[in-house]
Design a protein around this ligand. Structure first.
Ligand SMILES: Cc1cc2nc3c(=O)[nH]c(=O)nc-3n(C[C@H](O)[C@H](O)[C@H](O)COP(=O)(O)O)c2cc1C
Length: 214
């Protein structure tokens, strides 16, 4: 064989390798959009359940941040993002919350908790109907965090604070919250101690299509 024959052979082999790689990458992309991702997202939504019992196992900071990022990805009215997220890992503070709120005793055993607060400085004009939107915005963030935690193998539960004035002032006092923050809830997170079965809630009787159009 002449030297240029070798060159042609080498180039042909290289071309075959690049083509095979390209076909592989393209088929990977196709697989990613074949519905697997959307099935996983729906599965996460449909299998989430409140988890109130946790393993004694720490959650890495990177996971906590992923959950917080999911919270801040929520939709908000006029994109105001009128929230503040207070992360609680200190066991003394956790114990005093657990002791003070009978409906939130799981805080004492959770790996960490997030108190989702509305920020008066960010939630818009107090004199308009818009003022109520902070609750909706912070609720959307809370659900995002619960879903993210579930997707990451953790469990969590929403413990209500707002609109109960007694709970709001008790928690605000305990955490020495500044005046501009109003706690909506305490969300406890941790690795589930046991499997929790999601409640079946689908009820077609609660759905209507196109009312008033007959
Ligand atoms: C606004 C709100 C307040 C809640 N407060 C509490 C609470 O104080 N303590 C608690 O254990 N669970 C609380 N939960 C969790 C509910 O009990 C739970 O979501 C409901 O029973 C449905 O169960 P699931 O989350 O497993 O689907 C609250 C949930 C919401 C949305």
């Amino acid at each position: 064989m002449k030297p240029y024959h070798w060159l042609i052979l080498l180039l042909s082999v290289a071309l075959i390798i690049v083509s095979v790689r390209l076909v592989y990458v393209l088929s990977e992309k196709e697989n990613a959009s074949d519905g697997t991702d959307s099935e996983a997202a729906l599965e996460c939504i449909m299998t989430r359940a409140s988890v109130r019992d946790y393993l004694d196992k720490a959650v890495p900071d990177t996971i906590i941040e992923k959950i917080l990022r999911a919270g801040m990805a929520a939709p908000t009215a006029r994109n105001r993002q009128p929230w503040e997220f207070i992360v609680i890992t200190d066991q003394t503070l956790k114990d005093s919350i657990s002791d003070s709120f009978e409906y939130a005793t799981m805080v004492g055993k959770s790996a960490f908790d997030v108190v989702v607060c509305g920020n008066r400085d960010l939630w818009g004009d107090n004199d308009t109907h818009e003022v109520g939107n902070w609750v909706l915005d912070c609720s959307a963030a809370t659900e995002n965090m619960l879903l993210a935690a579930h997707a990451l193998g953790l469990g969590g539960v929403w413990c209500g604070v707002y609109p109960n004035p007694e709970r709001i002032s008790k928690l605000s006092g305990l955490m020495r919250l500044p005046e501009n923050l109003v706690p909506l809830n305490i969300v406890s997170f941790g690795y589930p101690a046991a499997e929790v079965t999601p409640k079946q809630k689908w009820d077609p009787a609660k759905v209507r299509y196109n009312p008033g159009q007959d």
